[in-house]
Design a binder for this molecule. Structure first.
Ligand code: NAI
Length: 328
């Protein structure tokens, strides 16, 4: 018999949801041997639109999709799920104070964390996409009493993919030649895409690409600000590429990593690389025997250490703000 996985997706009627659900249902995330049940969670006001999405899922006749539930009730939506993909969130809008943003999301992610703890399967894993994703994951993790903290992740896979393509295009190689592309820190404009440790055909990227000024300047900035550039060009934020990154990110977590390679994932620090314990930080990771490991021994030079500290301090600031509000 095939395996079966129950997956909750919040914000399922949104842009990313519309690009993501069909990829999950097609088997691209969990593989051809795993059947899927989707538990789609939306605000009550969006349940009508969500019904339309569910009708389209029906109309795909996906062989692996065994059940679709649509709900605005967290107790129903998170019931027995093995994965909770938290996409719905309230991103910062022009003129919004950071404290207001943290308060709104604090409420959402506290309630969702509690509902996951109360209703999800024992092996539940939680993948946070909705921004600010690191801090939303931190809030959910702290609220989900009884769920081990190593089950919570936030997504830097889109940043990793963006960085890989930038390096490949600059080097004039296929994107598959780029590996070990670590994003350190926060999924925000302070993230450090570590070109010093990235590899192109097994060679360090900074040896394969001669233009050091580009690497230290335009490359990093392009990756950090890519989200804003997409909004400017498309008039809407990245959705298909974000959904693709969710598929890649959870694929990485659930499949063995190739020897010598790493991927980027935000998870609760255990003190690795001097990051405060419990902070949700993006590290170089591997999946070995089904278990996520932070790869140690990646060297940061003076330039890298400086960038690393900037993003670390930003995350400390977000955590302290959330603490002040009594959210964790
Ligand atoms: P969207 O606005 O199109 O969809 C969000 C959906 O979430 C809406 O349908 C809304 O009704 C729903 N929602 C809001 N609060 C909810 C709640 N408490 N429970 C259930 N559903 C709720 O937004 P889009 O484009 O799909 O983006 C979603 C989030 O993903 C945003 O926060 C965005 O900033 C973030 N994002 C993160 C990326 C990453 O790399 N980590 C990349 C791209 C986007």
């Amino acid at each position: 018999a095939k395996n079966r996985v129950k997956v909750a997706v919040t914000g399922a009627a949104g842009q990313i949801g519309y690009a993501l659900l069909f990829r999950i249902a097609s088997g691209q995330m969990f593989g051809p041997e795993t059947e899927v049940e989707l538990q789609l969670i939306e605000l009550e006001a969006a349940l009508g639109a969500l019904k339309g999405v569910a009708m389209e899922l029906d109309d795909c006749a996906f062989p692996l999709l065994k059940k679709v539930t649509c709900t605005s009730d967290y107790a129903v939506g998170f019931k027995d799920v093995n994965w909770a993909i938290l996409v719905g969130s309230v991103p910062r809008k022009d003129g919004m104070e950071r404290a207001d943003l943290l308060k709104i999301n604090g409420g959402i992610f506290t309630t969702q964390g509690q509902a996951i703890a109360a209703n999800a399967a024992k092996d539940v894993r939680v993948f946070v996409v909705g921004n600010p994703c690191n801090t939303n994951a931190l809030i959910a993790m702290n609220a989900a009493k009884g769920v081990p903290s190593d089950r919570f992740y936030a997504m830097t896979t889109l940043d990793e993919n963006r960085a890989k393509t930038q390096l490949a295009q600059k080097a004039g190689v296929d994107v598959t030649a780029v590996s070990n592309m670590t994003i350190w820190g926060n999924h925000s404009a302070t993230q450090y895409p570590d070109f010093y440790n990235a590899k192109i055909n097994g060679k360090f990227a900074h040896e394969a690409i001669a233009d050091q000024e580009w690497l230290k300047g335009a490359f990093i900035e392009t990756v950090q600000k890519r989200g804003a550039a997409i909004i400017k060009a498309r008039g809407l934020s990245s959705a298909a590429s974000a959904a693709n990154a969710v598929v890649d990110g959870i694929y990485h977590l659930t499949h063995e990593t190739k020897a010598g390679e790493t991927y980027s994932m935000c998870l609760a620090s255990n003190g690795e690389y001097g990051v405060d314990k419990g902070l949700i930080f993006s590290f170089p990771c591997r999946t070995v025997n089904g278990k996520l490991q932070v790869v140690d021994g990646v060297k940061l030079n003076e330039f890298g250490t400086e960038k690393f500290n900037v993003t670390l301090n930003e995350l400390r600031g977000e955590r302290d703000a959330v603490k002040e509000l009594g959210l964790i």
